[in-house]
Design a binder for this molecule. Structure first.
Ligand code: IPE
Ligand code: IPE
Ligand code: MG
Length: 245
């Protein structure tokens, strides 16, 4: 049986998160500038998102730019911040008729006016779609997200809207960018690094991790299926006892 068929026949993760790493190394291997890798990396998001949608996965979160990536050279940052334009071109037709809903997680105050407008426009245009939710994490940092959540909860307490005793895990969850989305089931990081780099710390608390040496632009649909099969063979216990014998 083909791997894709096996993937479909077994229980799928509801939420897959991917740290899109290795664009620079992929380009370097080809003796090209890092930006070349970023371009192919951005285009690959479309391939994997479409396949995730076809498979019936509910949410795909992709880490596109972290709050720490501002430390990079200005020219690289400028290129990365121009990638939404590439998407605008690439998704021109699909945006009209496909089922994917796009949402963004991260700070909106540093990405530039044009990107901010585009992000709002895409979110608005796709908000009633019934297929995959593509959560693009741009200028995203988990520690910042949690700090902001703490601030806005504190503000509600100060105003008397809620009592401190009423704060529970759901309250925190509802104050994150990902409010309303299920927790991450499968977290993939490409390119060999085995760390979270400030990505979805709360949401990943019971995720299964999958690391691959493949650089992001080379992460094909076949490799995505391989990661999903690997996930399906795991025994998730959530602190309970083993299901499998
Ligand atoms: C991931 O690729 C993309 C971003 C962080 C924006 P990198 O740019 O980190 O590529 P490497 O890790 O240097 O190869
Ligand atoms: C993580 O990759 C951020 C994104 C993929 C957007 P980095 O390449 O920035 O992470 P570190 O520096 O290796 O931890
Ligand atoms: Mg990297």
């Amino acid at each position: 049986m083909k791997r894709r068929d096996k993937v479909i026949q077994n229980s799928l993760p509801r939420h897959v998160a991917i740290i899109l790493d290795g664009n620079g190394r992929w380009a370097k291997r080809r003796r090209k500038p890092r930006t070349y890798g970023h371009k192919f990396g951005a285009l690959n998001v479309k391939n994997i998102a479409f396949e995730a949608h076809e498979l019936g996965i509910e949410v795909l979160s992709v880490y596109a730019f972290s709050t720490e990536n501002w430390k990079r050279p200005k020219a690289e940052i400028d290129y990365l911040m121009s990638l939404p334009d590439l998407f605008k071109e690439e998704y021109k037709d699909e945006i009209k008729h496909d089922h994917i809903r796009v949402v963004f997680s991260g700070r909106r105050d540093r990405v530039g006016e044009e990107n901010r407008k585009y992000m709002e426009e895409v979110e608005e245009k796709t908000k009633d779609r019934d297929g995959l939710i593509l959560n693009v994490c741009l200028d995203y940092g988990s520690r910042y997200e949690l700090t902001e959540a703490a601030k806005s909860i504190a503000e509600k307490v100060r105003k008397g809207d809620i009592e401190p005793e009423q704060i529970d895990e759901e309250t925190v969850d509802n104050h994150l960018y990902t409010a309303g989305l299920p927790p991450v089931d499968l977290m993939i990081r490409t390119s060999g690094e085995q760390r979270l780099s400030n990505f979805l710390l709360w949401q990943n608390s019971y995720a299964e991790f999958y690391f691959t040496k493949t650089h992001w632009p080379a992460f094909s649909i076949r490799r995505f299926h391989k990661a999903l099969r690997n996930y399906q063979l795991r025994d998730r216990k959530f602190g309970g006892l083993k299901k499998k014998g």
